[in-house]
Write a protein that binds this ligand. Structure first.
Ligand SMILES: [Zn+2]
Length: 261
């Protein structure tokens, strides 16, 4: 039997990052069933900021992602939005290559510049990725000003989630449901190498490793929205940044399969 969209009380995961290049399955990460999570993917899990009506026809309106957010919040009545970044993000790496200051960017020769200009003059239809990554240009500038080259990619992956969470909150229909206590917006980060999930602390904006998001055998599975929102409450104590690739796998998906045996 098909379930109508109105019956779906989905959690909206803005896998604006599964960035199309993240490899994990959100239903396994968050211990959800098929259909419980409404997912959006785009390059680098970027949430564009809200634009006013008169600007919606502009090229910068980025209708696809914004339309999906509006649909999820207003029609599906999702109870939680999670912007989930991931390690080794190709979108963030590309943004770094595009917008790093000259001193940190790869030095190009005059011949390379000439070749680049020639390529630009013959329009092959590309340029969408570069234009999209322009949405995180300010984040690139920030991490380049604050961190050494080796740290910038991970810091950008985190900063991108922080700014996307803030951008979600710029939409009036999001603000309205937050004010009513009907919607929560959270940031998260997943490292597939270790199966490690981190959630962003709302106060400090730091990412804290979730030690155990498994539900106990005795505890009845809550609605998916509660499970997602509750991840932050299960996070490890402050002060420990996540992402130790040497950590043993501890994905919720593994726990879920064990639970259902
Ligand atoms: Zn990515």
């Amino acid at each position: 039997m098909l379930v109508s969209l109105a019956d779906l009380r989905c959690v909206l995961f803005l896998f604006l990052h599964q960035c199309c290049d993240s490899r994990y399955d959100p239903t396994l990460v968050f211990n959800a069933d098929p259909g419980e999570i409404f997912t959006i993917r785009n390059v680098a899990n970027v949430v564009p900021p809200f634009v006013k009506n008169e600007d919606k026809k502009a090229e910068t309106a980025h209708h696809g992602t914004c339309a999906a957010i509006e649909y999820a919040v207003k029609s599906l009545k999702v109870e939680a939005i999670v912007v989930l970044g991931h390690a080794q993000c190709g979108g963030c790496a590309h943004a770094l290559s595009l917008f790093s200051p000259p001193a940190a960017a790869t030095t190009t020769t005059s011949n390379e510049e000439e070749e680049k200009n020639n390529n630009n003059s013959s329009d092959d239809g590309s340029g969408y990725v570069d234009a999209w990554c322009g949405l995180i240009k300010e984040s690139v500038k920030h991490v380049c000003a604050e961190y050494d080259k080796d740290e910038r990619l991970r810091q950008l992956e985190h900063e991108n989630v922080r700014r996307s969470v803030e951008n979600v909150k710029t939409f009036p229909f999001v603000q309205e449901r937050i004010a009513k206590g009907e919607l929560k917006v959270r940031g998260g980060f997943f490292t597939i190498f270790s199966g490690g999930l981190s959630m962003m602390d709302e106060e400090t904006k730091a990412f804290k490793r979730v030690k155990d998001i498994e539900l106990s055998e005795e505890k009845a599975p809550p609605p998916a929205a509660d499970a997602a929102a509750g991840v932050a409450a299960d996070a490890a104590p402050a002060g420990k940044e996540e992402a130790n690739p040497a950590d043993p796998p501890q994905s919720a998906g593994t726990n879920k399969r064990q639970k259902r045996k």
